[in-house]
Write a protein that binds this ligand. Structure first.
Ligand SMILES: Nc1ncnc2c1ncn2[C@@H]1O[C@H](COP(=O)(O)OP(=O)(O)OP(=O)(O)O)[C@@H](O)[C@H]1O
Ligand SMILES: [Mg+2]
Length: 264
């Protein structure tokens, strides 16, 4: 099968301003993502995860290398990539329904189709009955569900998620993981998901990539063959625990390196 995304020899150097030195954030990343994969990226803080995701999103330009989506070079943001960030990013002056209809593709649809698609995604994220609410009337988890619905309603080729559950309490976070997994099991939308949570990466992913401490490179690429549909109960199974041990070790050694680097 063709690769949906190809990241080729990509490096990112942030130029220092004034006396501050240049920062090599991402170093020679090569990555191929197939359609329908759910890829999770695990890495220590500051290793370049968000930078890599933002380059695939077209929000940041790489210093070297090239990134393709469906064989077309990525040169900027586009409706074919839906993004969700850790910070709540809804428009506070728009209702849930209006937020979901904000994307550039859905905006242009005729009104009956627009309404049907909005309803479909509102139901998919379990927010039926909240169509006319404003973001401030919703909990953090509900706001992130709107953000996911908004990204999906624009029917992108890939969803790019940067620690979308990072600001949620642990119980809500678990429920959001199950919700996102159920969405993936229903739609098989290609997903790239960044996290620093080992359990979250294994539970959600069909493949987990780990990154080194900065400058971020891909360190390991581990297929997750746990069966679908997955329930939270899988987290106590031997295979899951073995994976958790293996990945925790990989990340821990990199986190220690980055702490040592900072201490120098
Ligand atoms: N706009 C920017 N200008 C300068 N340096 C930047 C910029 N964005 C990121 N960096 C630097 O690049 C490195 C990687 O940052 P990035 O945000 O990609 O890390 P991360 O892995 O997402 O970290 P975290 O887990 O804390 O979110 C850091 O050293 C950071 O200071
Ligand atoms: Mg980040």
């Amino acid at each position: 099968m063709d690769d949906l995304v190809e990241v080729k020899e990509v490096r990112k150097i942030f130029k220092g301003k004034g006396k501050s030195p240049d920062v090599l954030a991402v170093d020679t990343v090569n990555l191929k993502i197939k359609k329908n994969e759910f890829i999770t990226i695990l890495g220590p803080s500051g290793c370049g995860k968000s930078t890599l995701l933002r380059m695939i999103g077209g929000l940041e330009k790489q210093s070297e290398g090239i990134i393709y989506l469906a064989r077309n070079e990525i040169t900027g943001p586009s409706a074919n990539r839906g993004m969700v960030f850790q910070a709540y990013s809804l428009f506070p002056w728009l209702t849930v329904e209006e937020n979901i209809q904000f994307g550039s593709k859905i905006k242009k649809m005729e009104s009956a189709k627009k309404k049907a698609i909005t309803q479909q995604y509102i139901e998919l994220v379990g927010l039926k009955g909240f169509e006319q609410h404003y973001p401030k009337q919703l909990s953090g988890g509900m706001q992130q569900r709107v953000a996911i619905a908004r990204a999906l309603a624009n029917e992108p080729e890939i969803l790019l998620l940067d620690e979308p559950f990072g600001a949620l309490d642990s119980q809500t976070r678990l429920i959001m993981q199950e919700l996102l997994l159920t969405i993936w099991e229903k739609t098989h939308k290609t997903i790239l998901f960044i996290t620093h949570d080992v359990e979250e990466a294994i539970f959600l992913g069909t493949r987990v990539l780990t990154m080194t401490s900065r400058p971020g490179k891909i360190k390991a690429d581990i297929p997750i063959t746990l069966e679908h549909p997955r329930s939270y109960k899988i987290k106590t199974e031997h295979h899951f625990i073995d994976l958790k041990e293996q990945l925790t070790e990989l990340i821990r050694s990199e986190s220690l390196k980055s702490i040592e680097l900072q201490a120098q």
